[in-house]
Design a binder for this molecule. Structure first.
Ligand SMILES: Nc1ncnc2c1ncn2[C@@H]1O[C@H](COP(=O)(O)OP(=O)(O)OP(=O)(O)O)[C@@H](O)[C@H]1O
Length: 261
């Protein structure tokens, strides 16, 4: 089995891609010859059984493994024409261009306002611009109406779904090009989940979105493309309807039909 490109590597629609990517934790190889490309203004879902390497792959795009001892990465990750691991880009520069939202909402133990302001400060956004950026990010993340009168309230007092929308606002405030989402709805109730899905669908107008999900309905509701992984490899990738309705590989079919997971 080998990695499959979703879009041609030279395609001008490609925003982020991995070429011949291999990753080991110690002696254990967790990613095997990954070749994949994510298009601008599309949502791509990464699916596959627990432990197949979805989060590990997502994290390579944000240099989250930089401080993990014993990790070895080979191959290339390109953000348009930059190699994320070689072109002298700092982690801060990479994360400004590629934001990440985690499974469990992780607001800082500070006010709603300061949760967004902090990232702007460390990225040297002038103080005079920050108030407007914060307001826009909260509006863009569909949470402004709920928090506009209590911006100084501790973010940890928001509901789980509100905290997750705040974390998305924190990511979009920096105007990244790509947003990575690692099971962003797994801790949320159905109503909060549908709000986040609506938000993700709206955000794809401006961003490239890659989302790890265990929820097959969610992948079908929101993803333009789907990538199925198994034991560290990409087994099949393509338009979401093809993966779910006409999988080419038996493993893919068995997984999306819920025969294993
Ligand atoms: N920091 C680490 N050190 C050592 N092994 C790790 C580390 N992080 C992940 N792994 C291993 O890498 C493999 C892939 O894990 P990963 O979290 O990427 O899978 P996943 O597909 O996202 O799983 P899940 O759906 O359960 O979140 C697993 O065997 C895991 O134990």
């Amino acid at each position: 089995m080998c990695g499959i490109n979703i879009a041609g590597m030279s395609d001008t629609a490609t925003k982020l891609s991995a070429q011949s990517l291999n990753l080991w934790f110690g002696s254990k190889q967790v990613l095997k010859n990954i070749n994949v490309a994510f298009n601008k203004n599309e949502i791509t879902a990464l699916i596959g059984p627990s432990g197949c390497g979805k989060s590990t792959l997502l994290r390579t795009f944000n240099r989250m493994h930089d401080l993990v001892p014993d990790v070895r990465i080979e191959g290339e990750i390109s953000l348009e024409d930059h190699n994320l691991y070689e072109d002298g880009l700092s982690v801060t520069q990479v994360r400004r261009r590629i934001g990440m939202v985690f499974q469990k909402a992780n607001p800082f133990p500070k006010s709603i306002y300061e949760n967004i302001n902090y990232g702007l400060k460390i990225n040297n956004i002038p103080a005079a611009d920050r108030k407007g950026i914060i307001e826009n990010a909260l509006k863009e993340s569909y949470i402004w109406d709920e928090v506009k009168d209590e911006l100084q309230k501790p973010a940890t007092r928001l509901s789980g779904g509100q905290q997750q929308r705040l974390c998305i606002a924190r990511a979009v405030a920096l105007r990244p090009e790509v947003i990575l989402m690692d099971e962003p709805c797994s801790a949320l109730d159905p109503l909060s989940t549908s709000k986040i899905e609506e938000l993700i669908l709206k955000l794809k107008k401006d961003y490239t979105i890659v989302i790890v999900t265990h929820n097959m309905q969610q992948a079908q509701r929101i993803a333009d493309k789907t990538v199925f992984m198994y034991l560290g490899e990409i087994i099949e990738a393509g338009p979401t309807a093809n993966i779910f309705e006409h999988p080419q590989n038996e493993l893919t079919g068995n997984y999306v039909q819920g025969h294993f997971g």
